[in-house]
Design a protein around this ligand. Sequence first.
Ligand code: NAD
Length: 281
Amino acid sequence: MILIDGKKEAAELRETLKYEVSELKEKFNKVPGLTVILIGEMAPSQIYVRNKEKSANEVGLKSEVIRYPEAIEEKIVLEKIKELNNDENVSGILVQLPLPKHIDKQKVIEAILPEKDVDGFHPMNVGNLSSGYESSVPCTPLGCYLLIKKIEPNLSGKKAVMIGRSNLNGKPMTQLLLKENCTVTITHSKTKDLKAECLEADIIVAAVGIPELVKADWVKKDAIVIDVGINKTEKGIVGDVDFKEVSKIAKALTPVPGGVGPMTIACLLKNTIECFKRSQR
Ligand code: NAD
């Protein structure tokens, strides 16, 4: 079984991006800039943003974090986004989710210029991705995609089962697999026989949020299994896949932690660089 080492893959990707940033600096005499807006004091968001800032600096991006208190008015956030949209030193804008209840998430997402939407959540990017056009792709599915491609460069005709249909993970992931000519089945909480669907799959991507949902007898021998889930349990953080048992069957499997997670941040940096490059054309 191939244990997919997301930490190693992310480190390699960051090295490539670092080199790319130095080349861009030489060519354009400036580096891509990422601005993150963080609202409130939620501990996980604080950690994510700190890691994003650290990784951005590591590859040589210009990074900035704008922090607002929990009670900040929506209007002020929208005005700031407008200002950042017009700032040519800002290549990418990310508003860390979740947002406080009084702030309309969709309004915020749509306020970001699609060209600077490094999360790939703007409807314009969602539409472009599903139409097969150039777009920012949400970071976690992009990371999963790169991990899958490393194991199996030719995905044409493979059967892929996506578990979960969220805008963040499931839907964009299915678009990436479709683009690779996979035959994709999207499953979700109302799917009648999830096990039977999974047993058909050459590739399973699980983004559900249920600890160890995917069992060994759901997995076809030699399947590639990508575990997006992050679940806090009594025995620590586990994924949506029963790692110990599935590792005896699968051809390749991502661990949790240390699989998809590290790729997510590396892909955010990749998206920022792509936005910069498109802005220089
Ligand atoms: P979500 O709650 O938005 O969506 C979950 C999906 O799972 C839904 O589409 C739902 O229909 C489906 N689902 C629920 N119960 C099901 C069941 N019994 N059988 C089949 N499908 C079922 O979640 P999300 O935002 O997509 O996140 C999913 C998981 O991925 C969470 O554990 C989250 O913490 C994790 N996550 C990890 C990363 C990362 O970087 N590794 C990034 C984002 C999210």
